[in-house]
Write a protein that binds this ligand. Structure first.
Ligand code: FEO
Length: 401
């Protein structure tokens, strides 16, 4: 339970939540997460963010190993979501801070979550700064990254950016720094998973914010979840990773996602995969029933095409597929090619509905949906293969620009 000194007199005092599986109620965190909070010891002692509800005691114990909690002068809430401020009331009660800093928009969420509290809340805006002794803390609002009230805190004297949720990952580990994690592939996957399930809808805002981050002199980025990036190379690396993910340039890889009742649509899916693969597009096939919706979104990070298949049920699509499409639509993927297929017994509406759903996400749809009555025959498999080929050709053209 020791704090971890990340820079001289700056400590990680957060919590590791090894059992958390349902991040924010919608995304998967298969191996837990962390709620990072940071203590800066200076003439004014500052706590940046707290932790989730039920974990305030752990934060206080960790913090107390380096500073009596009562000596915290300021608390900064970089945004008010409850995985970081769920313990705020408990911490405020103990610390009795002189000031609590939030963004201008944070005033509203603070009032909403902590109505009636007579706390010394101060609103700050981009460019505002506070002097805490040897250091300055400069605030930069990052509205809608990913909450309206989000901001980041920059400490120029330490070349440190405390980046709020941005650049986070859902990782529960003894490691505090990315370079201690020891599994680059897993780290890469967690970065993608986090971005594609939390940050993706705000890609255009990310692209506007990155030059601001790059204009700062930084050799450490400390996010609110997961591991800290230290050293200029690691900082440049995660910024570049974000740029690539936010740009969403087409990639020559496809995702075929499907649901099935009696295996007809599943068999069609394999034929679509063949059509894609045999035309130069590596493909991942994922059942929407067997894979969590956020795992499918993570896969999309590397795929420029999405082909969806589902049988018709009660004149529509099956519930797992409906949920997957609703989730995907909300996350607003850009620059994709799409395709649709499915089997049916009598009415057969599902493929058209899939086609419309993907087109509604601005996907380019190079072929009509493939429908199959009852069980697929040679003709159906040929049509599915052709669908895969049409998507592959369209995607390759898109990738070439
Ligand atoms: Fe990690 Fe937006 O809370």
């Amino acid at each position: 339970m020791k704090p971890v000194e990340i820079k001289k007199d700056i400590f990680w005092v957060g919590c590791v939540d090894y059992d958390h599986r349902d991040f924010h109620g919608y995304s998967r965190s298969p191996e837990g997460t962390t709620y990072n909070a940071y203590l800066i010891k200076d003439e004014k002692n500052v706590l940046i963010d707290t932790v989730s509800v039920g974990m305030g005691g752990t934060l206080l114990c960790r913090l107390a190993k380096t500073l009596p909690p009562e000596k915290v002068d300021y608390i900064i809430c970089n945004h008010m979501e409850l995985d970081h401020q769920g313990a705020l009331a408990q911490i405020v009660e103990r610390v009795k801070p002189e000031k609590i800093f939030v963004s201008q928009t944070g005033l509203k969420s603070m009032a909403g979550y902590f109505a009636g509290k007579d706390w010394p809340v101060v609103a700050v805006k981009s460019g505002d700064s506070i002097s805490i002794g040897k250091r300055t803390i400069v605030f930069q609002e990052t509205r809608m990254l990913h909450w309206p009230d989000s901001m980041v805190s920059y400490i120029p004297e330490d070349r440190l950016l405390i980046s709020n949720d941005i650049f986070g990952q859902n990782i529960a580990s003894s490691a505090r720094f990315a370079d201690e994690f020891g599994d680059d592939a897993e780290m890469e996957k967690r970065i993608k998973e986090y971005f594609y399930n939390i940050v993706l809808p705000y890609s255009p805002i990310v692209l506007k914010a990155l030059p601001i981050v790059e204009s700062l002199d930084i050799d450490m980025i400390a996010p609110d979840h997961g591991l800290i990036f230290r050293g200029e190379k690691a900082v440049r690396g995660i910024i570049e990773r974000y740029r690539v993910m936010a740009e969403q340039k087409p990639q020559q890889r496809a995702l075929v996602m499907y649901d099935t009742m009696w295996h007809s649509t599943e068999h069609m899916a394999y034929a679509v995969v063949s059509g894609l693969e045999e035309n130069g597009v590596p493909t991942r096939l994922m059942s929407v029933k067997q894979n969590h919706h956020s795992a499918i979104m993570t896969e999309l990070a590397d795929c420029g095409a999405v082909v969806a298949g589902c049988p018709t049920h009660n004149n529509g699509i099956l519930p797992h597929m409906a949920a997957q499409l609703a989730y995907m639509k909300g996350l607003r993927p850009l620059n994709r090619v799409g395709g649709a297929f499915g089997s049916y017994g009598w009415s057969g509406e599902a493929p058209k509905q899939l086609q419309e759903a993907l087109a509604g996400m601005q996907m380019e749809m190079p072929a009509e949906p493939v429908r199959c009555n009852w069980a697929p025959d040679k003709e159906t498999f040929r049509a599915c293969h052709e669908l895969g080929k049409a998507v592959a050709e369209c995607l390759k053209k898109k990738c070439q620009g």
